[in-house]
Design a protein around this ligand. Structure first.
Ligand code: SF4
Ligand code: SF4
Length: 340
């Protein structure tokens, strides 16, 4: 069912929604941006319509709602182990407002955490099962997005789709509670979802990447330019790597907890092994690993590219390193060209 809502109608709808659910979406943190005097737009709790930012891409992705930056897995005390439990607030039904690329990114995370082994990752699954999505339709592309090239400009799996248009909000309700809420707060209307049809940036993913390119000089540029800050991976909606840490409490070292914490294949220490061996010390090799994982390895395993073309990694990189340009160069090289 489709509905048209006035701003007051959507505000009232959200006021009701937040009484029974956790709601997250793009919100503005004034003065918290990377540069002095700029705001940070990123995911945070939504208490009402005024909190939601409709006209900007978030710096970080929605993944931390159900894959926290830091998470306790279990506690140990005098030889006993107790699995961590979610707080009552964390098992409330959760609604996340997100865009088509990010909804496609959730399917990539689901594959890694739920389908990539003999058993699903319970810590991910227990949060994910309470998480539902509302699609924020993009009427036009943000700079640096290449979702059309990646086939992620359209999405499925959401409970509702919403866009501001002509002073109203247009709602496509596909499941509860949106069917009932739309009925209560909106007027029936003819609403077709809008999908971005064109980005200013086009990326050609090579059909295959020949192993001869592993030693190509193109990676050397990144050896000197990349500063291994890890911002690209932390902002990526599909990166899923984490490290595991054992924390021993100061007051009693027999007690503590095991945590997992987001990690990055771009930063120092990620591939350190017992005995001091480092698998990828060179930063160009790390870039190669990341890029080929996003557009080749993952596809061989799951049949889809991991990258969803959100453009965040390029936007946040302090060295202006372009993932899209790197992929296009690989395509040219695979087609016999000289690369960009
Ligand atoms: S690799 Fe870059 S463009 Fe692709 S999904 Fe990750 S952040 Fe977005
Ligand atoms: S954001 Fe840029 S400089 Fe930082 S690790 Fe990623 S590619 Fe390297």
């Amino acid at each position: 069912m489709e509905y048209k809502l006035t701003p007051a109608g959507l505000a009232a709808l959200l006021d009701e929604l937040v009484t029974s659910r956790r709601v997250f979406g793009p919100v503005r943190y004034a003065g918290k941006g990377r540069l002095a005097g700029t705001d940070l737009i990123t995911y945070g709790p939504v208490k009402g319509l005024a909190d939601v930012v409709w006209d900007a891409r978030t710096t970080f992705s929605p993944k931390e709602v159900f894959f926290p930056v830091k998470e306790s897995l279990f506690y140990f005390s005098d030889g006993e182990i107790t699995e961590s439990a979610l707080k009552a607030s964390e098992i409330l039904e959760t609604v996340v407002f997100l865009r088509a690329c990010d909804l496609n990114a959730v399917t990539r995370l689901d594959k890694i955490f739920l389908e990539n082994g003999p058993a699903a990752d319970n810590y991910y699954a227990r949060r994910r099962q309470h998480t539902h999505f509302v699609l924020m339709e993009c009427q036009e592309s943000f700079p640096g997005c290449f979702c059309v090239s990646m086939g992620t400009n359209r999405a499925t799996g959401h409970q509702a789709a919403l866009r501001p248009e002509g002073g109203y909000y247009l709602l496509q309700a596909l499941a509860e509670p949106w069917l009932s809420l739309g009925e209560r707060y909106g007027q029936p209307a003819d609403v077709e979802p809008v999908w971005v049809q064109k980005n200013s940036l086009t990326v050609k993913v090579p059909d295959r990447v020949d192993t001869s390119l592993f030693q190509h000089e193109l990676w050397r540029e990144y050896s000197s330019r990349c500063i291994a800050c890890g911002r690209c991976t932390l902002s990526c909606p599909t990166c899923s790597c984490f490290s595991v840490q054992d924390i021993f409490y100061r007051d009693n070292p027999e007690r503590g907890e095991r945590r997992r914490v987001w990690a990055s294949c771009q930063i120092d220490g990620f591939t350190d092994m017992a005995g001091g061996h480092k698998v990828r010390e060179d930063r160009g090799e790390r870039m190669r690993f990341k890029v080929l994982h996003k557009i080749d390895d993952f596809r061989r395993r799951f049949g889809i590219n991991m990258c969803v073309g959100c453009g965040r990694c390029e936007e946040v990189c302090p060295e202006y390193i372009s993932f899209a340009r790197c992929v296009n160069t690989l395509s040219q090289l695979m087609n016999g060209g000289a690369g960009a």
